[in-house]
Ligand binder design. Structure first.
Ligand code: KG4
Ligand code: ZN
Length: 332
């Protein structure tokens, strides 16, 4: 069964063809970050307009790469939310039109569940239950996943998402947008213990994340000592110290979630799961604590439509189709 997936929730326009929810025949991603870089963050109106321009070529590209025609498709899946409304609407309109014109069933998927479903596209997908950390530019959510359709939220951030913190700190260090990957590059040459940065904890809510205090601590340091940013080594040290504080905040809570649920499997996914230091720290932890660790390859961590098609296939198989008057949603 061939499913065409579409993803337009934020600043990537993506289309993919996936067979039987398992085999990626194609996955095309048109990123917009150069468009938003000059503004230091995603501008929703510009994102929506760019999705409109990019979507049809991206869909054609995905069909060509997969070597299939529209008539070969068995279903269409689209990200319904959460995300930027104007951006989501473009993908939804295209998906509805295709489904209607081709007489195909339509699946509307949850963006965060799709990040989790990305792991199903790897060689050895996990069994359930598992603990999943979805860590991206918009979310930092811990779930107990009993099955793809049955997830319980264990904890989330009370302020910034981890990826947002990476982007904001990168911006105040003058590293551009999106900052995560650039900051990681800079941190490689730095000492993670150079600057003692806070690791906020809320004792009565051990699974709740908080990153705004960390971001403020970096901003205060830089304000007090602007020279920090002019010297290569201190820039690298600051990047490494910040990254280490984020990594520790994430790993500590993953471990706590595993303890509380009794799960022995941990999945970490979403854009920040592409971070090499986080992947390394999780690897060490899984060895020491004896749990199985699942990390999607980098191309499946950041936004893509293969994960949307994979989850969409499960929706369609379960008969969970979307009617043509269904709407998108920003939060939830
Ligand atoms: O999942 P994603 O592509 O989009 C959202 O749904 O938000 O995640 C994007 C986020 C951005 O904040 C970006 O800075 C962060 O993931 N990111 C990284 C890395 N690659 C992407 N953060 C840290 N290290 C990375 N290597
Ligand atoms: Zn995402």
């Amino acid at each position: 069964m061939l499913v065409l997936g579409l993803e337009t929730s934020c600043d990537e326009t993506a289309a993919a063809v996936v067979a039987d929810g398992r085999r990626v025949l194609s996955s095309v991603v048109a990123t917009q970050f150069e468009l938003h870089a000059q503004y230091g963050g995603v501008v929703p109106e510009l994102a929506a307009r760019r999705h409109l321009e990019n979507l049809l070529p991206v869909i054609s590209g995905a069909l060509d790469q997969a070597g299939v025609r529209l008539a070969d498709l068995d279903g269409v899946a689209v990200t319904q939310g959460p995300g930027l409304i104007g951006a989501l609407v473009i993908g939804m309109a295209a998906a509805k039109s295709l489904a209607w014109a081709l007489g195909l069933p339509l699946a509307g998927v949850h963006h965060l569940q799709a990040h989790i479903a990305a792991i199903l596209l790897t060689e050895t997908p996990p069994e359930f239950p598992l603990v999943a950390l979805v860590v991206s530019g918009g979310h930092t959510n811990l779930y107990e996943v009993r099955s793809l359709m049955d997830m319980r939220l264990l904890g989330r951030t009370r302020d910034d998402a981890a990826g947002e913190a990476f982007d904001k700190v990168a911006k105040l260090m003058g590293l551009g947008y999106p900052g995560g990957v650039v900051l990681e590059g800079l941190a490689r040459a730095g000492d993670p213990a150079a600057f003692p940065l806070p690791r906020p904890r809320i004792p009565e809510e051990p699974l709740t994340f908080s990153f705004s205090g960390l971001k403020t601590a970096v901003a205060t340091l830089v304000k007090k000592e602007p020279a920090l940013l002019h010297e290569m080594q201190s820039r690298a040290d600051l990047a490494a110290s910040f990254q280490e504080a984020v990594v520790e905040s994430l790993t500590v809570r993953c471990l706590e979630a595993l303890r509380r649920t009794g799960c022995r499997r941990l999945l970490v996914c979403g854009g920040v799961a592409a971070n090499g230091r986080l992947r390394q720290a999780l690897g060490v932890l899984s060895q020491a604590e004896g749990f199985r660790l699942y990390l999607p390859p980098l191309s499946l961590c950041t936004d893509n439509a293969a994960m949307v098609a994979a989850l969409g296939w499960h929706h369609l198989r379960a008969g969970r189709t979307l009617s043509l008057d269904a709407d998108v949603f920003a939060r939830g």
